[in-house]
Every structure is written in C-alpha cells, then in structure tokens.
Design a protein around this ligand. Structure first.
Ligand code: FDA
Length: 392
C-alpha cells in the first residue's frame, strides 16, 4: 500500500493539534494527525465537568504563566476568544457564560470535539489514532515518524502532545523528550491547577473536609479571590487551584478568610457586640465548623469586651493572612495542567516554529505557557495551534 505524501505531521490530536491540523488543512496543506490514544480530544471530553469551559472572554496575556510573559501575546492577539466563539456559533453549539468570563457548552464537551473533527474533515486532514508513536527522525529536511507499523515523512512536524498531567488519560512527557532530541530546552515541568496537601500543624484543617468558603489566597505576589475548599488531604477549590500554579515547595500559602471585611472590623464588633465571642462573630461570616476551628486556633475565649484591642487587632491580622505550609501537591495524577514545558526561548512567538530547526513546531500545553483556571488553557491551545497552522 502506498503512503500518501504529507506537508505536515501533527503529533497529538488534542485541542491544539486538532486546531493546528484543521487550520493548516484549510489552507491547502496535506496534513496527517497522529495520536497514540484510541480517540481524539480526550481531555476536551472530560473538561469543565463534561461541558468544556472552552474559552474565557477576559483572555489577556497577564493570565498566562511563562518564563517569558510576552511570548503568548502574538498568538493570543491573532486568534481571540471571539474567533473561537464564532466557530462554536457557526456549528450551532449553544453555550453560556458561567462566571468570571468562563464560557461552557450548554450541552456537552462532545460537541466541541465533533466540531473540531468536522473542521479537520472539511480540511481533508488524515486522522489516525490508536498506535504507538515510535522513532522520530530528521534528515534531508524531512521529519520521519514511526506510527505502529507505518513510517510517515513530511517537511513539517508539529509537537502537540500536551503535558504530563493525568497520565491515566494517555498524557506523557513525550513532547519534552522530542524537544530535547532536537536541542530545544525544557523549563522544568511542575503540576499546576492542582490541590495542595497539608501536614504538620495544618493537618487539623483536614478535619474540615468538604467545607468551602470565599477567600483571597496568596502565594508570593499572586492573589486569587475565589472559593477555597478543605479536603481530606489538604486544600482545593478554585482559589487554591489558581494559586497552586504559582506556589513553590517550601513557601507558605496565605489565606484571607474575610476578604470583604474592612480594616478594624473586629474592634468594631467589640464596640457593637461586646457580649459576643470571637467564635460567634466569625460564625456570622463563615461556615460554622470553619469558624469554630479558627476561633480555637486564635485562643481568645470569652466575650469580646474581655479582649484587649491589641489582641483583637492581632487576631484580625492573622485571619487576613492565615499561613498554611503545604507539604506538596496532589501531583500530575490530579493536576489539570502543567506549568513549564518546551522553552519559548527556542520558538518564534509568531508561528511557534523552532528557531534552529526549520519545519519543527510546538503548540499547546507542551509549550511553557500555562493559563489560569477558567478556559484560558483551551484558548492558548486554539491560539497557538492556529498560529502554527497559519505558518505551515
Ligand atoms: P492535550 O492533552 O489536549 O492533547 C495532547 C494529545 O497528545 C492527546 O490526545 C494525547 O493522547 C496525545 N499524546 C500524548 N502523548 C503522546 C505520545 N507519546 N504519542 C502520541 N500521542 C500522544 N482547560 C480549559 O481551558 N478549560 C477547561 O474546562 C479545562 N478542564 C480540564 C479538566 C481536566 C480534568 C483536565 C485534566 C484539564 C482541563 N483543562 C481545561 C486543561 C486542558 O485540557 C489542556 O490545557 C488542553 O487539553 C491542552 O491541549 P493540548 O492539545 O496541548 O494537549
């Protein structure tokens, strides 16, 4: 059987690979899209609780983490949330904004995968799945890829195999191995958008498993005001997932349990409700068991009237910067994404092509660009995939 001639091989049929292949194909390129999993877009299918939070209307470069914070600007500007929404609308996929600019399908994430497959089919993309990807070579300006028993070649190769988060879904560090093979650097990958685990003195808080509260969580200079959730292993919820992408081992995470209270509120409470206890005033603002645990830790029993102003001021400060010392994260097994990846220093921000290897591209989560929680990571996958698809 003769092997067709391709202009590009895209490795990885996830969000970025599908977008890249369809874009290049619609420009007349003959594209082969390969994936070792038995189906395309598996992470899209489980995303957003099955409804796929496919973009965020507040997309801006400062919502992405990278060793080079400027790198994502070009691709994000040339393929915007409005572009993806137009595609979704053209396919008649009903959607809604949930919160904080996050857009979800009304129906199912399956619709997004079907849309991308339809776009790829219209573009004549040859999609093949369910075989291991073996040796990748580069000689005489052609890349060779072993896929099962077949060897394909093309002058362009796109690395779109994502990051190592959720290995049980087929995620691998293959992109990094490939990048290193071609002399590209890799920024150390770390699990991100991941729950944090607590030990030591903080372990008491694990007894609050299931309790959530709106907080402001901080690691270093990053602050997120969303809900935090106590779990039987530590901390989760959107505020914690967001902060986990910035957190480094050994650093504290501080939580403001009452971010809406103005300075001096506990002294005001003493004046207005002198017979109340700290436990009672906290209970008016926070879930009951959380209020109880915090009050116990503050160790100010008795009425507010009996407390010195100094002690109440200190307690207020502690509640605004409650210091947790996570002993780790739940790792790649639970991480929604990976921070780090193929260094942007070796890539063109316009086209995602490797500066030293003409014809080699890297897109999506494989690259050292990581978005906040809330549809930003898919927007990066669409934008970077589109940028490469336009250049091939
Ligand atoms: P992606 O991981 O999608 O695709 C990579 C592809 O490469 C896969 O199909 C894989 O099988 C294939 N592959 C890997 N190794 C290979 C190898 N060795 N050989 C061949 N193929 C290989 N983001 C967001 O914006 N909104 C959301 O709602 C969510 N929700 C969400 C939920 C959960 C549970 C997770 C784990 C993640 C999210 N995300 C998200 C993140 C989002 O899924 C992620 O950022 C994108 O899928 C990244 O797209 P890529 O195409 O780069 O990688």
């Amino acid at each position: 059987m003769s092997i067709p001639d391709f202009d590009a091989i895209v490795l990885g049929a996830g969000a970025a690979g599908l977008m890249c292949a369809a874009t290049a194909g619609q420009r007349g390129r003959r594209v082969l899209l390969l994936d070792h999993a038995d189906a395309v877009g598996k992470k899209i299918l489980i995303s957003g609780g099955g409804r796929c939070n496919f973009t965020n209307v507040n997309t801006a470069p400062d919502r992405f983490i990278s060793a080079n914070p400027h790198f994502a600007k070009s691709a994000l500007a040339r393929y915007t949330p409005a572009d993806f929404i137009a595609l979704v609308n053209a396919h008649g996929i009903a959607h809604h904004e949930k919160t904080l600019g996050q857009l979800f399908c009304d129906g199912s994430a399956k619709q997004i995968v079907a849309m991308l497959l339809d776009e790829a089919a219209k573009a004549g993309v040859d999609v093949r799945v369910g075989q291991p990807v073996g040796e990748v070579t580069h000689a005489d300006s052609r890349f060779g890829v072993q896929f099962g028993d077949t060897r394909f070649t093309a002058p362009n190769l796109v690395i779109a195999t994502g990051g190592p988060s959720i290995p049980k879904m087929g995620a691998t560090g293959f992109a990094y191995d490939l990048a290193r093979q071609f002399g590209l650097k890799v920024v150390e990958p770390r699990p991100a958008l991941v729950p944090l685990t607590l030990g030591g003195d903080d372990v008491l808080f694990r007894e609050l498993s299931g309790i959530a509260a709106p907080v402001a969580a901080r690691a270093g200079k990053a602050v997120f005001r969303e809900a935090a959730l106590f779990t039987h292993r530590g901390l989760s919820g959107p505020a914690i997932l967001q902060i986990s992408s910035y957190w480094r081992h050994g650093e504290p995470v501080t939580i403001d349990f009452l971010p809406d209270m103005s300075s001096g509120w506990l002294l005001d409470a003493k004046r207005n409700r002198p017979r109340a206890t700290v436990r009672a005033v906290l209970g008016a603002q926070l879930p009951d068991r959380l209020a109880e645990t915090l009050a116990e830790r503050l160790a100010l029993p008795g009425e507010l009237a009996a407390q010195t102003d100094r002690k109440l001021t200190d307690a207020e400060a502690r509640l605004a910067r409650w210091s947790f010392h996570p002993n780790g994260t739940e790792g790649f097994a639970k991480a929604e994404v990976t921070v780090g990846g193929i260094s942007t220093a070796g890539l063109s921000s316009q086209s995602m092509v490797a500066k030293t290897i003409p014809g080699l591209y890297a897109v999506g989560e494989a690259v050292d660009v990581t978005g906040w929680l809330g549809g930003y990571n898919f927007q990066w996958a669409w934008a970077s995939g589109h940028a490469a698809g336009q250049a091939i």
